[in-house]
Write a protein that binds this ligand. Structure first.
Ligand SMILES: *[C@@H]1O[C@H](CO)[C@@H](O)[C@H](O)[C@H]1NC(C)=O
Ligand SMILES: *[C@@H]1O[C@H](CO)[C@@H](O)[C@H](O)[C@H]1NC(C)=O
Ligand SMILES: *[C@@H]1O[C@H](CO)[C@@H](O)[C@H](O)[C@H]1NC(C)=O
Ligand SMILES: *[C@@H]1O[C@H](CO)[C@@H](O)[C@H](O)[C@H]1NC(C)=O
Length: 391
């Protein structure tokens, strides 16, 4: 992993502070003359421009100077008790430094209706890295039959999940809560049954661990599938101006996972007012709660794209799903080489916004995983895995 190493070296370079600069020794008389001249010029300034001078205001900071100061940026309304409490808790968590564990791990959290068709592929991906990952499976419809040793015994208590319902968000939080129990887990990736890895473990580990952002997809969609889903009932805590959309397939740093555990205020707003058939419209919290919440609370802390690729270019209600005949070395190499994220608005204008994927200041490929793949693609993917994941 040349690039991650380069970054770490870069950091090290950055941390080497230059030694204290040598000040030229001024001889005493010169020093005194300079000081006296400065004080004189200053006093003349104050005399010529009495109290009205904002320069003297700054220097004296007297009471009469209030008029010259810019008013502090106050929120346009007083915050509620719950908002103040939420703000304090989130700020405190963001300030805390991550606890260093000996071998930090990545939690791979699978949200699936039942069995996972790609366990054998994931096994190939995980093999040889046993001390650096944990697996959690939330199977919402039926108990999965596992075929890989990395998945056996990794099911968590699960509840039913309906497509687009709020219980999707609750299942995500259930996975996060279970994965947070292990203090070694430092990064948390949400995956579906139709997701596959498009890079090797080493690459994925370094990509997620050696950065300080969460990969949460987040963009402004003024169209019906974006802001059109917003309900005024979310006021005053959630303003339409802050409403965002993004794919549900996130990866989170530990700090952000804990912030989600701590949030009940925004969670409740979305649970009550962003759901199917709300005010005659359909709102899907799994596509809006986290993008909106983090845009409001830690915009610099999220990458604004998801590390899970999906192809929406066909413009249908569901993304493209790959069949066995689609699986070629070229297709997978194409996915791994994409280094710009694309968002298209859902209004008539269909505005496309393309942004480079910037990782620690460098442009890099955006995606570590991809969906959606039919189970029939398994053998071809296993066959090609070592090839397409070779950098
Ligand atoms: C992440 O680290 C970079 C430097 O590597 C720094 O500029 C940036 O502010 C950090 N972001 C957060 C959210 O801590
Ligand atoms: C993500 O988007 C928000 C809002 O557009 C922006 O403030 C933030 O800087 C972006 N994050 C990064 C890491 O660029
Ligand atoms: C891969 O990308 C190239 C260049 O964008 C394109 O011409 C080709 O059709 C793609 N191949 C597959 C299999 O998607
Ligand atoms: C893997 O890549 C090499 C070199 O590009 C190629 O010769 C070989 O046929 C590939 N193997 C498979 C299974 O596609």
């Amino acid at each position: 992993m040349k690039k991650a190493r380069a970054w770490r070296l870069g950091m090290k370079d950055f941390l080497v502070m230059p030694g204290p600069r040598q000040r030229p020794q001024l001889r005493r008389p010169v020093w005194i003359i300079l000081l006296v001249s400065f004080v004189s010029i200053f006093l003349i300034g104050v005399y010529v421009y009495p109290a009205s001078s904002s320069a003297s205001c700054f220097l004296f900071s007297s009471k009469g100077c209030r008029a010259f100061r810019r008013p502090p940026l106050l929120p346009s309304r007083p915050l509620t008790d719950d908002e103040i409490a939420s703000e304090v808790v989130i700020k405190e968590i963001l300030k805390s430094h991550p606890v260093q564990t000996k071998t930090p791990k990545i939690a791979f959290m699978f949200l699936t209706p039942g069995s996972l068709p790609f366990e054998k592929l994931w096994e190939k991906f995980f093999h040889g890295h046993e001390d650096r990952f944990t697996v959690y499976v939330h199977a919402s419809r039926e108990r999965p039959g596992h075929v890989s040793r990395y998945f056996i015994g990794r099911d968590i208590h699960s509840e039913k999940v309906g497509w687009g319902k709020f219980n999707m968000v609750e299942a995500e939080k259930r996975l996060l809560a279970n994965a947070l129990i292990d203090p070694a887990n430092q990064h948390f990736v949400l995956l579906s049954d139709s997701c596959v890895p498009v890079h090797n473990f080493e690459y994925v580990y370094n990509y997620l661990m050696f950065t300080n952002v969460s990969f949460i997809d987040c963009f402004v969609d003024p169209g019906p599938h974006g802001n059109g889903r917003y309900s005024e009932h979310m006021m005053p805590e959630v303003n339409k101006r802050d409403f965002r959309k993004g794919s549900q397939w996130f990866s989170l740093k530990r700090q952000h996972a804990i912030i989600i555990m701590a949030d009940s205020l925004y969670h409740t707003k979305f649970k009550l007012y962003c759901k199917p058939n709300m005010d005659g419209r359909n709102c899907y919290s799994d596509e809006h709660y986290l993008p909106t919440f983090f845009l409001m609370k830690d915009p610099e802390g999220i990458a604004n794209w998801s590390v899970t690729y999906v192809d929406w270019s066909e413009g249908k209600w569901h993304p493209r799903a790959y069949r066995a005949q689609d699986i070629t070395y070229d297709l997978l190499k194409n996915i791994t080489s994409i280094d710009e994220s694309v968002h298209v608005t859902s209004d008539a204008a269909k505005i496309t916004v393309t942004k480079p994927c910037i990782w620690n200041g460098m442009k890099r490929p955006c995606y570590l995983f991809a969906r959606k793949f039919y189970p029939e693609t398994l053998n071809k993917l296993i066959h090609l895995f070592s090839n397409y994941t070779t950098v």
